[in-house]
Design a protein. Structure first.
Length: 816
């Protein structure tokens, strides 16, 4: 509670300061006596030296000196929290999260720094020299400008000193109020309210960033900005390396210094001298190329609407009637967003997106262990199933207010029990999965549970969505499921930063075309075994505590409208014996080396991937090729194509004379020679994290499993934008070098989706499946799955605005 009070007080001050500066940036002016420039006030045309010394005249002609100006600055600073607005949560929430995370990792980070007295002394000297260079440089500019009659130089030096003085008053007040111990004091934990504690925040960082902020905006060229901010960053880092401050100390000090500089510059700069505009993040990087990325899904509803607008703009009247009908259907779906007012009067949205139900029956025994053998049902968000009746009843809803969004997709799920494997089968599982124990010979009980699939809150900051909660992601093109991140497992509870609209790269990087990026950091469920420096940890029936974490990064480019490619990686780290600290997180993100199984400095279970989508020349309107690669403990599938697993496909959007018919075929494999040379079942497994690349027992990547080959095909005949008849086929072969005797699975089915009216649709499917895995049973097994689903989409919108909730098509209530 004490830590939260400290964090809240500091951030309230910082965000309040940002709020005032943002208001000034948008044109909200303070009192005229405080803001009138020399060109506006008829009585303020004094000489440059007088202005540079901060002596002004009020509108009544009364001269005000340095003391009066300083007192007004302090009043603006300390009363800024009273002018907070709801929109300030755009900065408060991310800043709170970053600062809170630093507080948690401060002690461990400092302990991993060099303890060499000579090194510490060098960094301390470097930090002092950096501050002296910035402050001395600002003072020198004032002197030279005063002597040489350069008003711009004089103003720069004076405002830099003014910003430094005001920030130091604020910082020193916090320092002696909060009394945090420095890293070398006490037990090194950075305790607050201790006698002699003066660590939080850092005055060196505040002074450096105050001066740098003013200089960089008085002279906004790239070289000056790099020099000023680079020197300020050097000061901040050096204070940590010198054991004078914790990371949170310098971050908060830097934020305070930069915000005070922003306030001083915005209120006192004479724009006759030029200089740069102090822009908000929302004013930066607004350029984007209007195109969608198929390799990063799901899209937000706002992004879907943007792409719809682009599609409408490209309709020339020569397109087929089916294309126009599809656009019309999408226009109806996104009518609430298109009707949102653009006058900034956002009253928010509350919408029940869908209410759905699915009932299915499986006659015959299905396969449920995709990590070891195969799965009868795939890419279904890890929903339970078994022989007999299974049901899914749920709803999805979202609410928005300004930049905020909250989304929920909740379900009631039920499924029958699953019989226990035989002793021989369980011994095989223990052997190929390298478990320390024999799996229990007890059946899995029936399931009757409530489950949150997607459930998160998000905040839009410019064109980036920052969200936290359970979220489903798909990194890869096509319908068969990404090799790295698919909907085969339940959504992961994560913190996520997503560039929702493409960004056009500047200058010489423009040839790469628009770009999208995504980062997430989450925690897995259902991991049971790992090996740490002490040996095996875990037992069946009990999940590890704490559960391992997973983080991932992806960047995608679209050089032409016909070509898209992306690179990505994920890392599993953490669990008993592998604490998550700032130091270990950085190691898992950037270390390229590795260590033996169970090593104390193991960087994590790392994967790398790439994907591409290409519309083939001469056939661009109807044929697309795509591919998705996966490498385990390699830099990239591109560099090690022969050591990677691959999925590739062709999509025929229509056929000559049969425009309503499409076809998609995909092939996938994980049984290349690398797996055999290192160990069979190599992909998706790991010697340290023995539960493998799974979440709650389901593969996070492709359904093909750890060593196999497979193919899929889908063909749809479209009666309308939402009505279709689909035939589909899947075949999977499990390598006999991995599982004794190997195995195979083949299924084929038919599905129809039909809309009774615009907000009510039905889905019916029937599937026949045959599988043979001798280690489970010697003879082939068959099952038939029949499924019926209904989706109701309420049309009532309580209030309308643009939404940054994800768009989940109605068919997603059933199996994708």
């Amino acid at each position: 509670m004490r830590l939260m009070a400290i964090l809240g007080t500091t951030l309230l001050f910082s965000v309040g300061k940002a709020s005032v500066s943002y208001a000034q940036e948008q044109g909200t002016q303070p009192a005229a006596s405080e803001t009138a420039s020399a060109k506006d006030s008829p009585s303020s045309k004094t000489d440059g030296a007088t202005e540079a010394n901060g002596v002004r005249k009020t509108s009544q002609g009364t001269r005000t000196g340095l003391v009066g100006r300083f007192l007004r600055d302090q009043r603006e600073i300390w009363t800024s929290p009273a002018r907070l607005r709801f929109s300030d949560t755009e900065w408060l929430v991310p800043l709170s999260g970053i600062t809170a995370g630093l507080f948690v990792t401060d002690r461990d980070f400092s302990k991993h720094l060099s303890q060499n007295p000579t090194t510490i002394s060098h960094y301390k000297t470097l930090s002092n020299a950096g501050v002296a260079a910035l402050v001395g440089g600002a003072g020198g500019m004032w002197v030279i400008g005063h002597v040489g009659h350069s008003e711009h130089w004089s103003e720069t030096g004076f405002l830099a000193g003014e910003a430094a003085l005001n920030s130091l008053v604020a910082v020193e007040t916090f320092k002696y109020s909060l009394r945090r111990e420095r890293p070398y004091q006490g037990d090194g934990s950075g305790a607050f309210f201790q006698s002699g504690g003066t660590s939080f925040p850092s005055e060196h960082a505040a002074a450096a960033w105050s001066v740098a902020g003013v200089i960089a905006h008085e002279y906004p060229g790239p070289f000056i900005k790099i020099m000023a901010y680079g020197l300020a960053s050097l000061v901040s880092v050096s204070r940590v390396k010198a054991h004078q401050h914790f990371p949170s100390d310098v971050v908060v000090g830097s934020v305070i210094g930069n915000l005070v500089a922003q306030d001083i510059y915005s209120r006192h700069h004479d724009f006759d001298f030029g200089g740069g505009e102090w822009r908000s993040v929302s004013a930066i990087a607004r350029e984007f190329e209007p195109c969608g990325f198929a390799g990063l899904r799901p899209w937000t509803r706002r992004e879907c609407m943007r792409q719809l607008s682009e599609a409408e703009g490209k309709l020339t009247g020569e397109e087929s009637n089916e294309a126009q009908k599809l656009v019309d259907a999408l226009r109806r779906e996104f009518r609430p967003e298109s009707e949102a007012t653009g006058d900034g009067n956002d009253r928010g949205t509350v919408r029940v997106e869908s209410i759905y139900s699915r009932t299915e029956h499986i006659s015959g025994m299905p396969l449920t262990d995709g990590y070891t053998f195969a799965q009868s049902q795939i890419n279904d968000f890890g929903r339970p199933y078994g022989q007999g009746w299974s049901t899914v009843n749920g709803f999805s809803a979202y609410t928005t207010r300004g930049p905020w969004v909250a989304y929920v997709r909740a379900e009631e799920q039920s499924a029958p029990s699953i019989p226990a494997y035989s002793l021989t089968t369980r011994q095989t599982i223990q052997q190929v999965d390298q478990f320390p124990q024999l799996p229990p010979g007890t059946p899995q009980p029936s399931v009757a549970q409530y489950s949150l699939l997607d459930a998160y809150v998000g905040l839009m900051v410019s064109n980036y969505q920052v969200s936290f909660g359970k979220q489903s992601l798909s990194w890869g093109p096509g319908e068969g499921g990404s090799m790295t991140l698919s909907n085969n497992s339940p959504p992961i509870n994560m913190f996520r930063i997503n560039r929702t609209t493409p960004l056009k790269l500047p200058s010489f990087l423009g040839w790469l075309g628009p770009m999208r990026t995504e980062f997430f950091f989450g925690q897995l469920m259902g991991q049971v075994f790992l090996v740490n420096p002490s040996g095996f940890v875990g037992q069946f029936g009990q999940s590890l505590s704490p559960q391992p974490f997973i983080h991932g990064q992806k960047i995608s480019f679209k050089p032409t409208p016909n070509f898209e490619f992306g690179f990505f990686r994920t890392t599993i780290y953490g669990g008993p014996g592998y604490p998550l600290t700032f130091h270990t997180l950085i190691r898992s993100l950037f270390t390229t080396g590795n260590e033996n199984t169970g090593g104390s400095s193991k960087p994590g279970n790392r994967t790398a991937g790439m994907d591409l989508i290409y519309r083939l020349p001469g056939l661009r309107k109807w044929l697309t090729f795509y591919a998705d690669g996966y490498a385990d403990d390699q830099f990239s599938p591109v560099a090690y194509a022969d050591r990677s697993a691959w999925r590739a496909g062709l999509y025929f959007s229509h056929f000559p004379q049969v425009h309503k018919l499409d076809l998609r075929v995909e092939g996938v494999y994980t049984d290349n020679l690398l797996g055999g040379n290192i160990g069979h079942g190599f992909y998706y497994s790991n010697g340290t994290w023995r539960s493998g690349y799974t979440n709650n027992g389901n593969l996070i990547g492709s359904w093909i499993g750890r060593e196999g080959q497979g193919a899929q095909a889908w063909s749809n005949y479209w009666f309308g934008a939402r009505n279709r008849l689909q035939f589909y086929f899947r075949h999977q072969k499990v390598s006999q070098e991995f599982i004794p005797g190997g195995g195979s699975l083949t299924d084929a089915g038919v599905r129809t989706d039909y809309s009774l009216r615009s907000n009510l649709s039905l889905s019916v499917s029937v599937q026949h499946q045959r599988w043979l895995i001798p280690v489970i049973q010697p003879n082939a097994a068959r099952n038939v799955t029949a499924s019926f689903g209904i989706v109701f989409e309420p049309q009532k919108i309580f209030r309308s605005s643009q939404s940054d909730a994800v768009f989940v098509p109605p068919a997603k209530a059933g199996r994708p």
